[in-house]
Write a protein of this length. Structure first.
Length: 166
């Protein structure tokens, strides 16, 4: 199967979106746009903002600075879109719950996502999930890999029903 034909979001993720996207939803993109696939979160936000019924926030590489803004929205559900080490092929996406993030300890950032999630939980009382993608490269100055770009396209298609702007 070529990379062009390969699906990067798993079937179970497609089934989970309708289940977890309940009430007021805030999607937070986390990542450094200068570090290849670490730009996954901000790139996803750029594509879906204004095209879905959710508040979309690009938190860049400092998500802790956006806790107040997120809490002000009074969300029922928060989804953190970020690159993470999943021990999967590059471009594969998973939806993780807090317990799975706590157990794994993986991140492409200095700040622990667990600390950020616990602080968000305390401030919002929302259900919090991480939409994680396995990066191929996170080197400074690198371009985003084709595999992660393809994963973003698939997620946009799932979230927007095909209405995401190209």
């Amino acid at each position: 199967m070529s990379d062009q034909d390969k699906k990067f979001i798993r079937q179970d993720i497609s089934a989970e979106f309708p289940r977890i996207l309940k009430g007021k939803v805030v999607i937070v993109g986390v990542g450094n746009i200068l570090r290849g696939d670490d730009a996954f979160g901000p790139a996803l936000i750029e594509r879906v903002k204004g095209n879905i019924n959710a508040v979309c926030i690009d938190a860049g590489s400092t998500p802790e600075n956006y806790v107040g803004k997120i809490a002000k929205e009074k969300p029922d559900t928060v989804i953190i879109a970020d690159a993470a080490h999943l021990d999967q092929p590059a471009g594969v996406c998973e939806i993780l719950k807090k317990e799975e993030i706590v157990k794994s300890g993986f991140t492409t950032h200095d700040l622990s996502p667990v600390m950020f999630i616990e602080y968000l939980e305390q401030e919002t009382k929302a259900d919090i999930y991480m939409l994680a993608v396995q990066p191929e490269n996170t080197g400074f100055g690198e371009d985003m890999s084709d595999r992660v770009k393809k994963a973003i396209e698939e997620i946009v298609e799932e979230l927007t029903g095909g209405t995401g702007n190209q």
